[in-house]
Design a protein around this ligand. Structure first.
Ligand code: NAD
Length: 367
């Protein structure tokens, strides 16, 4: 690596911490992108990176997107992320995660961690032995548990906002929705859609998940490669990223894209623009799927499921603001989302000059 400070994504980060503990084997990077609005919350990813440079690149990219996600979800949080370099199937241990927890504790609440790809609730419980600055722990220990029902509800509300914008209708009744991936989020999304009398078309590579949604919600099952060609009103990507790309955009007949998957646009600027040109209303992924973040963020003040669902309901208004901004400025909705998020960070930064005594961000948790 030539210079860490030359790394393209490094520039606007507040702090990047390299955590090295030879005794436990921990090699981790914690990236704090922005704490203007509040402490940086973001998951800890465990991945077998090819190089330290790849790990750094990944953590910097991910932490920036957490700042936007928290800002747009109207949470009092900033953005951060951590990565642990290692094989999540082979290299996990109590001491590895406790060591990571000590580094998190050392940041005094500037960074709050959570589970992510390659880490689990159990790992976070090891982290919790060393620090209070951790979320995503089990319901049994006072945590928020599985976030997917809240994510699905937020996605459903976002879908309703998109339909209101496109058709002026308050209900999804009678519409056709295709869902790619009926795992944790997709299943609960089907439940909300079924309750509203929506005709569901579902695909997955897991047959059991398909059998379940077809039985529970009368979903029509289609093959994975058929999902883009369907004559539906809404396409909901709830599996993988980058499914909106040069190959799929010409096929998509839906007038709304609204799903929970992360990083749906393969190329943010190009494909956002193409969707706009085609008249497809795209609900920006990190705005519509913020229910997961809203859920873990609720642990900070003592978890309350009802409050998490109420906040996720706010995704409707958030998307309406994004759509209005996109219209006013004649820009794609993904660009509008970024503008709204950055604007909130700028506005809140005006408070910097008003003195506030230090608060413990996890003030109500009985640890
Ligand atoms: P999951 O693993 O439970 O479900 C994903 C489903 O997609 C699985 O059933 C899998 O078999 C299926 N799948 C994989 N490849 C596929 C393919 N090629 N075609 C069709 N189906 C395929 O994950 P999840 O928790 O439901 O999350 C779904 C998406 O939403 C992910 O992109 C995730 O990052 C994002 N997300 C989830 C949450 C949350 O609360 N769980 C929050 C925010 C974002």
């Amino acid at each position: 690596m030539e210079s860490v400070f030359d790394e393209m994504n490094f520039r606007d980060h507040e702090q990047v911490v390299f955590c090295n503990d030879p005794d436990t084997g921990l090699k981790s990077i914690i990236a704090i992108h922005n704490t203007t609005i509040g402490p940086a919350l973001g998951g800890c990813r465990m991945w077998n990176y090819n190089s330290e440079k790849d790990a750094l690149k990944d953590v910097l990219r991910l932490s920036r997107s957490m700042s936007y996600k928290a800002a747009i979800a109207n949470l009092n949080l900033g953005g951060g992320k951590a990565v642990i370099m290692g094989d999540s199937k082979r290299d996990k241990s109590e001491i590895l995660f406790r060591s990571f927890g000590r580094f998190v504790q050392g940041l005094g609440g500037r960074y709050i961690t959570a589970e992510d790809v390659g880490t689990s609730v159990k790992d976070m419980e090891w982290v919790r032995m060393e620090t209070q600055y951790v979320t995503g722990i089990s319901r049994a220990l006072g945590g928020s548990g599985d976030p997917s029902p809240v994510t699905a509800f937020g996605t459903f509300m976002g879908m309703k906002a998109a339909v209101k914008k496109q058709l002026g209708k308050d209900s999804l009744s009678g519409l056709k929705v295709s869902i790619q991936g009926v795992g944790h989020v997709g299943y609960h999304l089907c439940k909300y859609l079924h309750q509203e009398n929506v005709e569901i078309f579902a695909t997955d590579i897991d047959q059991q998940s398909l059998i379940k949604v077809s039985k529970d919600f009368n979903a029509t099952v289609v093959n994975p490669d058929e999902i883009y060609d369907l004559d539906v009103d809404i396409y909901a990507p709830c599996a993988l990223g980058a499914t909106i790309n040069n190959e799929t955009i010409p096929k998509i007949k839906a007038f709304v894209i609204a799903g929970a998957a992360n990083n749906q646009l393969e190329d943010e600027s190009k494909h956002g623009q193409q969707l706009k040109q085609k008249g497809i209303l795209y609900a920006p992924d990190y705005a519509i799927n913020a229910g997961g973040l809203i859920n873990v963020a609720n642990e900070i003040d003592g978890y309350n499921r009802e409050r998490a669902f109420n906040q996720a309901e706010g995704i409707y208004e958030t998307l309406m603001t994004i759509f209005a901004t996109a219209d006013e400025e004649n820009i794609p909705t993904n660009e509008a989302a970024e503008k709204v998020a950055i604007n909130r960070m700028k506005e809140v930064s005006k408070l910097r000059n008003v003195f506030l005594p230090r608060q413990n961000p996890m003030r109500k948790r009985d640890n």
